[in-house]
Write a protein that binds this ligand. Structure first.
Ligand code: FE2
Length: 436
């Protein structure tokens, strides 16, 4: 039984929006996206377990805006523009931290974590009386689901649950509210934000960009379940923990990465010689038998969710992939404030309670990223790797694609059916651009 095949989405007809060069290169197009998409949709800005206590905060930039998300005394979470209401200064350039008050670096105005102005130097000098207790930072709507904090600059946006549509129920089943960060990288890349998101909308590139995946992912599109919903998001379910059938003709064996999936669950890779295609089912049985005792909350997951990748493109700029019951990874493509040919690519991973025992596997096949630690690293593409092999491989193609998309020779795409979600992504972009 498969969650994806049991709960197919609406899959509205594709509209064939031309995927033109200007979408990736034009400042005018970028401005339209800002006005009609970024300021209208729900945007992922934080994760609840990263700000567990009152005063813990997280700051995120989206284009030209910056948002402070801060845990309140009552346990709630609120988000404010990172803009002092005195003379417009940014309040902080930190990305995360703890504070009781945000003190503007310019004139020292002090804002409580509730957004209210608390203290001002020379308070008696205001002609109309002190604004303390009256003036507030500008707040945006903020809602959470599955531990992810979303905001919207749009006062008229639907609720987050309505916005996420069928994604809401899928995520609920993992009980991932408290899954904690295991790695975090932010990479400045020379490509439009849509280039990596296009990449995340198709699995056609697996065999060429991620050839090692053949040993533990069934990459054949006929074995995957692809969906897109009316709300603008996509889903892909792809079998993991099993060699691809295409290996029969080549090199069918249990490689190090598949072994590193089997061993933590008490399965001996050598036992699968000659029955390599039984690994996924054996993993599902082992996880079902042992998972609960190890701290995993898997009672709501059907068997395929215990092993497979459930990959969600959340419109516009986030891809969330649940990797079996153990991990969820977040890729987020944030637009550059002014340059359509640049973006910021975030790749964060979170581990379920129970997955801590995997720390012993750090550095082993496919688990390189576990040795990175949870500290967020910022760098420029080319300076170093993220040590997340799949993500590093994905970024290795985006700058070259951006160059080609900007060329006079680029005449638009020629998509295969298994790349329908790329087309759908651009159809949804145009649906927003053409509204109002
Ligand atoms: Fe990829």
């Amino acid at each position: 039984m498969s969650r994806a095949s049991e709960t197919r989405w609406v899959n509205p007809p594709l509209e064939g929006t031309p995927i033109t060069s200007e979408r990736y290169t034009s400042s005018d197009f970028m401005e339209s996206e800002w006005e009609k998409i970024w300021t209208k949709v729900w945007l992922l800005v934080a994760r609840t377990p990263e700000i567990p206590n009152p005063g813990d905060y997280s700051v995120e930039e989206i284009g030209s805006e910056s948002f402070i998300t801060v845990r309140q005394d009552d346990g709630g979470i609120r988000t404010f523009y990172n803009v002092c209401q005195h003379r417009g200064s940014r309040l902080t350039f930190a990305h995360e931290g703890y504070t009781n008050r945000f003190v503007c670096p310019y004139h020292g105005w002090e804002w409580a974590k509730s957004g209210i102005l608390e203290q001002v130097p020379d308070e008696e000098d205001f002609p109309g009386g002190s604004p303390c207790g009256e003036l507030s930072l500008v707040e945006v709507r903020c809602e959470t689901h599955a531990g992810f904090v979303f905001i919207t600059m749009n006062e008229n946006a639907p609720s987050l649950q309505e916005y996420l549509g069928p994604v809401w129920d899928d995520w609920e089943q993992y009980h991932s509210e408290k899954w904690t960060r295991t790695s975090a990288a932010t990479v400045a890349v020379d490509c439009n934000w849509k280039v990596p998101q296009d990449n995340s909308c198709e699995s056609y590139h697996l065999r060429s960009v991620h050839p090692q995946g053949e040993y533990w992912i069934e990459h054949d599109y006929k074995q995957c379940v692809f969906d897109w919903c009316l709300e603008g998001h996509n889903r892909m379910a792809i079998m993991m923990g099993i060699p691809a059938k295409s290996l029969i003709e080549k090199d069918l064996r249990i490689d190090d990465q598949l072994a590193s999936m089997l061993e933590p669950w008490g399965l001996n890779p050598q036992d699968f010689e000659g029955r390599e295609f039984e690994t996924r089912e054996a993993l599902q049985k082992a996880k079902r038998a042992m998972g609960q005792d190890r701290g995993y909350v898997i009672g709501d997951l059907v068997d395929d969710q215990l092993t497979d990748a459930y990959h969600y493109n959340i419109f516009p700029n986030v891809t969330i992939s649940y990797s079996g019951c153990e991990y969820v990874s977040m890729q987020r493509m944030r637009p550059h404030p002014t340059n359509p040919a640049k973006c910021f690519y975030d790749n964060f991973t979170y581990g379920a309670a129970g997955s801590e025992s995997d720390a012993a596997l750090a550095g082993k096949g496919g688990k390189e990223w576990l040795s990175e630690g949870s500290q967020r690293e910022f760098f420029t593409y080319g300076d170093r790797l993220m040590n997340r092999r799949i993500a590093d491989q994905d970024l290795s193609i985006v700058t070259g694609q951006q160059l080609g998309l900007a060329s006079r020779a680029y005449a638009g795409v020629n998509l295969l059916a298994q790349e329908d979600r790329v087309q759908r992504f651009h159809d949804v972009i145009n649906r927003y651009l053409e509204s109002c």
